[in-house]
Write a protein that binds this ligand. Structure first.
Ligand code: DC
Length: 676
């Protein structure tokens, strides 16, 4: 994910693509632990690749679990069947609460009954995250836990190497009003030692019930069916035994699905397909789709996917208690911009204590777009702009809150066809590092709205390096249009068609070369270029290929043949295009055009050191002569001659380093407002 000050999302015309969402963190780590404790091997598919799952996997390996990985999102875990394979180990668990709590419970029970001793620790912040309520519960039933730091916090020693008998006859009390993770930890660990029924009593009002639901459903998939009395008492049946389901798919994060459900409801006729989470999801936030359907979304789906398209349009305004879907409800607030009246989202006081005060933040940002918003203590009322002309666009502040960045990207579907600028877009990495890539892959912007930065200039002026640097900084695609002309020359040679100036002067011959240009099967992959199956990356970089390119590029039909191909490079979020006529002919509407120059002597020197560093023999004076010949032809040709666009900014980089010129162009770009 690129770290940039802002990202302009071009106005979206349609949304008909498919996305595969990243796995849910809570499900990933529960599944890994269950797979490690059970009998048999488990293939875990669609695992979330993140810091927290990484520490869990490493811990399982230290404990002697056989873990094999066949890709970032897939592992095979051979379970320990509840038996310790290593009697002692030190486990580092980073800042992963979803690893620390359940491993503490499971290892305490196994170590105390099988004579082991383990140390668990994490990063400094982990040593400030309380675990005392869980430790109390474990000690109450006879588990051995020693504080190694501040009592009630990690690091901890679990077991003391001796055998102990647990008291599982009495109900085990655990507090439920601080974190539901303590209950989850006990529920995951106790089946290992439950010879008779084991009862857990929740003390205090249980919070985050949907997460306990997830735990119970996963336990059932691993063969343990817990009996639940209200949200007060949980009974693990005697002789419960963990059994591998063989194969398990980690559900995608249901809250992340909300943006694509909304996208489908707002802009899809064929349907946005969402892979990784289905109608029967075990996550609480799946109920967002009921709310979206109330507003008019047409949602269908199966076990592991959803398809969403427009149903009612405009959307229907709703008045809804959103307490059960606090995170996903933020998406409803943005959907409300497209409704036929005032939408009120109630019982969302918890928004105030999240990553930021989400009630105030949402109200502030929605108003920027032209909505009328009432911010209550625990509710939000959103009245959309009265008509298309009342929509505004403005940079959206994201307050280091991933969900604000993601939900406001949906404003790009505005009827006014306005782009939307998201400040600090990298905050999405918290739960969905590739969110914007997924959004762009599933949507088509309105024609001509993708931002393009043109960098034109003479040969060896450093356009390529500058353009690549700017493209990388912004997460944009890069078009090296010179490479296309070089390819035409090389392709013609490969086909035995001459590129001599005299031959090209014949209209028939020019047409033959143009036909080759139109039919080229070009593929740019990373830094390689392919013509059909042939890797021509080196072949197009020779001086001879450069001269050939200069000759074919003077031929009008060849230029015409490459026009559409070049337009196709303009994809969201943006394009940096370098060449000779990017700003004058190919992308005349581009908001930023740079004309890059350097003295001929300096350019020849740069080209010289470039070639020498690649081990290609070169002579400075002949390079200078070639370069001047090409300059003359590129500048004097009749079609699309090399010249700055009228609105181009001139940049002479004779005495400027590459980083400096990249920063300069980026600062010009930051100064541009999105084109409306
Ligand atoms: O930038 P370069 O050296 O790779 O370009 C090779 C030739 O292609 C150059 O001499 C002129 C031509 N060209 C062009 O006419 N129009 C462009 N947009 C890019 C390159």
């Amino acid at each position: 994910m690129f770290k940039q000050a802002f990202l302009d999302v071009p106005p979206i015309a349609t949304a008909d693509g498919a996305v595969t969402l990243p796995g849910s963190k809570s499900i990933s780590n529960r599944v890994l632990l269950l797979a490690a404790l059970c009998d048999g091997a488990t293939e875990v598919h669609d695992l979330l690749a993140s810091d927290d799952t990484h520490v869990m996997l490493e811990a399982l390996k230290v404990l002697g679990c056989e873990v094999t990985s066949t890709g970032v999102n897939h592992v095979r875990v051979v379970g320990l069947n509840g038996r310790l394979r290593t009697q002692s180990a030190a486990l580092f668990l980073g800042n992963a609460g979803t690893a620390m709590r359940p491993l503490t419970a499971a290892l305490t029970l196994m170590a105390s009954t099988q004579g082991g001793s383990f140390e668990v620790s994490g990063v400094p912040r982990m040593h400030e995250r309380p675990i005392g309520d869980l430790v109390d519960a474990l000690r109450a039933l006879g588990g051995i836990v020693t504080d190694l730091g501040q009592p009630g916090y990690p690091p901890l020693r679990l077991g003391d190497g001796a055998l102990h008998t647990l008291n599982l006859k009495d109900p085990i009390p655990v507090r439920g009003d601080v974190s539901s993770q303590f209950l989850t930890a006990l529920l995951l660990a106790l089946p290992l030692v439950a010879k008779d029924d084991v009862v857990i009593d929740v003390v205090g009002e249980l919070i985050s019930k949907p997460y306990i639901e997830i735990t119970l459903k996963l336990l059932a998939q691993f063969g343990v069916h817990v009996k639940r009395d209200e949200w007060k008492r949980f009974t693990i049946p005697g002789s419960s035994r963990y059994q591998s389901p063989g194969k398990i798919h980690v559900e995608a994060d249901a809250s992340s699905a909300s943006y694509f459900v909304a996208l489908g409801a707002l802009g899809s006729t064929d349907g946005v397909r969402i892979n990784g989470v289905g109608l029967q999801s075990i996550q609480g936030d799946i109920r967002f789709i009921e709310a979206a359907a109330l507003m008019g979304a047409d949602v269908t789906g199966g076990d592991n996917h959803l398809t969403v398209k427009r149903g009612a349009w405009p959307l229907k305004a709703i008045d809804l208690d959103c307490n059960h879907i606090p995170d996903a409800a933020m998406t409803l607030a943005v959907m409300a911009l497209y409704a036929n009246g005032t939408t009120t989202l109630r019982n969302i006081a918890s928004w105030r204590v999240k990553e930021t005060d989400r009630l105030t933040a949402m109200a502030t940002e929605l108003r920027k777009l032209g909505a009328t918003v009432e911010e209550g203590a625990d509710y939000l009322s959103v009245t959309p702009p009265a008509q298309s002309a009342d929509w505004r666009t403005a940079p959206i502040d994201t307050y280091d809150d991933h969900r604000i960045a993601m939900c406001f990207s949906l404003a790009a579907l505005s009827p006014a066809k306005l782009p939307i600028r998201i400040n600090e877009p990298h905050c999405v990495a918290k739960t969905y590092p590739d969110y914007f890539e997924a959004l762009f892959s599933a949507t088509t912007p309105h024609a001509g709205t993708v931002p393009v930065i043109c960098i034109d200039g003479p040969t060896a002026s450093g356009k390529g390096t500058l353009s690549q640097g700017v493209a990388k900084a912004l997460g944009y695609a890069w078009l090296d249009s010179g490479a296309l002309y070089r390819l035409v020359g090389v392709a013609a040679e490969m086909a035995g068609v001459s590129t001599h100036t005299d031959d090209l002067a014949q209209p028939d011959h020019a047409q033959r070369v143009a036909a080759i240009a139109a039919d080229m099967a070009v593929r740019f992959e990373e830094d390689r270029v392919y013509l059909g199956e042939t890797d021509v990356s080196e072949a197009i970089r020779t001086e001879a290929a450069g001269m050939g390119a200069s000759r074919v590029s003077a031929v009008a039909p060849v230029r015409q043949a490459l026009l559409e191909l070049q337009h196709r490079f303009a994809k969201a979020p943006g394009l940096v295009a370098d060449g000779r006529d990017m700003g004058t002919v190919i992308f005349p509407q581009a908001p930023l055009k740079v004309f890059l120059t350097a003295s001929a002597q300096k350019r020849a020197e740069r080209r010289y050191s470039q070639l020498i560093s690649k081990g290609i023999p070169a002579k400075l004076d002949s390079l200078l002569a070639d370069l001047q010949e090409r300059d003359a032809r590129d500048t004097n040709r009749a079609h699309a001659p090399l010249k700055p666009a009228e609105d181009a900014v001139l940049l002479d980089n004779t005495d400027m380093g590459i980083d400096e010129s990249i920063q300069l162009v980026l600062s010009w770009w930051q100064g541009k407002q999105p084109k409306t």
